[in-house]
Design a protein around this ligand. Sequence first.
Ligand code: GTP
Ligand code: MG
Length: 369
Amino acid sequence: TEFISANDLASLMDVNVNEVIKVCLGMGMFVSINQRLDAEAITVIADEFGFDVEFLSAEEEEIDVDAGDSEEDLKPRAPIVTIMGHVDHGKTSLLDYIRNANVAKGEAGGITQHIGAYEVKTKNGAPITFLDTPGHEAFTAMRARGAKVTDIAIIVVAADDSVMPQTKEAINHAQAAGVPIIIALNKIDKPAANPEKIREELSQINILVEEWGGKYQSQEVSAKSGLGIEELLEKVLLEAELLELKANPDRGAIGTVIEASLDKGRGYVTTVLVQTGTLQVGDVVLAGPHYGRVKAMTDHRMKKMKSAGPATPVQVLGLTGAPQAGDRIQVMETEREARELATQRLQLAREQSIRTKKHITLDEIGRRL
Ligand code: GTP
Ligand code: MG
């Protein structure tokens, strides 16, 4: 596999591409500016400039949280959905509409504070968990740490605009992660909306929607009026059914950190998506280089929770620091064990940050991480 071009490699190392070409020539390699290089070439060239290279394989790095569970332990769980798309095509509006329309009456409006993930109940009562992070982060930062949190990606395309660069990028991310895609043709309320044109543009990048005889579900929606959103959620549930999502709620919790911050009054607040098992107040957890005993948990409406099962997003209080998005969080037997591992990781991270000055990390599609 080829990773990046000579030009990209030069800019990663912060040297002129001509330097790179010259060094290659010196080693008997004829390389042009835009020529993509394989792992061996990259390693040799980088070494000449004093860099070592780390190659990450997304597939290998992915953590299977369900390993070790037997079939009868597994119970159905809610799908976890990420919304992605081009700037201004309506990702936030769509998330806002879904959240507001699906919280219980009386609670709507106002008190919903920002949290990186939330769970909604659809009309028929089936839950869906939405990740409210900038979509790309959910795929890049998190995948870089081996976390796979998304089951389904909704790609938003404004029907009064076009399939744009970030639309394609979003589709690429979802496909690289092997996550099914549902297309939301947004802003359908606008007079200039032309969903047929979007379907045609999508077909040009090999995304054939069902209306065009393809395999991709799509739905015309308006994040402004709410038109079609009910149907969009039904399509999410349909897709989820095919995936037969299951997890074992009766074990120590493992999850992924969505975001974390220091709150003046409450200490470190960590938003966690539980992926398997059930997280309980009082549990000892290890999250990246931090640990702690879960003091309290709240949902996105700040309602206290005693426990959180698979696919449930929760805010956790009680960690010793703020882990990074994508860090794994897991329940440990003893506080001592958690502390020791956390200390080791912290030490390792410190050493690495000293070394990373001359270090390049590449993943399969060649992005810089
Ligand atoms: P970024 O986060 O900046 O990438 O944008 P976004 O994709 O989150 O888009 P956002 O939800 O902020 O919407 C962009 C603009 O489009 C806002 O002015 C919205 O009010 C408007 N908008 C979003 N959805 C609709 C829609 O369905 N109909 C109409 N008429 N306007 C919409
Ligand atoms: Mg937005």
